[in-house]
Design a protein around this ligand. Structure first.
Ligand SMILES: [Zn+2]
Length: 120
């Protein structure tokens, strides 16, 4: 299952971050995913709840931001975005296109509870 692989890699990245920084608990995670990846955000949140068990991210709220696919058309020269992942220009219908973005997968924001270090 594709969502499982992606969610697992997000969870792995979180574990690494927590080890490096000493964060004790992650309470919120926002990830950005390109539209080419065609994921189901609800399914990812569901899987995340399972794979983050017994880790600092257990119980964290996962939100998924889907990014549109950006393509450049070699026939009409226009750059456009589309919500689906069809490989064609929405303006002229040409399939002579180049995908500029749509495969992103990154952690956009995190909310953590760290060890209470008092800087004051
Ligand atoms: Zn075009």
């Amino acid at each position: 299952m594709y969502e499982f692989t992606l969610t697992n890699s997000v969870n792995d990245a979180l574990q690494r971050l927590c080890r490096q920084t000493g964060w004790k608990k992650v309470s919120r995670v926002m990830i950005k995913i390109g539209g080419m990846r065609k994921v189901n955000p609800e399914l990812m949140a569901f899987i995340f709840a399972a794979v983050s068990k017994d880790t600092p991210a257990e119980g964290a709220l996962l939100s998924v931001m889907l990014l549109p696919v950006t393509i450049r058309c070699h026939s009409c020269g226009k750059i456009s975005t589309r919500e689906d992942s069809a490989f064609s220009c929405p303006l002229c219908g040409s399939e002579n296109v180049q995908v500029l973005s749509g495969l992103e997968l990154s952690i956009e924001a995190l909310e953590v509870e760290s060890n209470s270090i008092n800087y004051e």
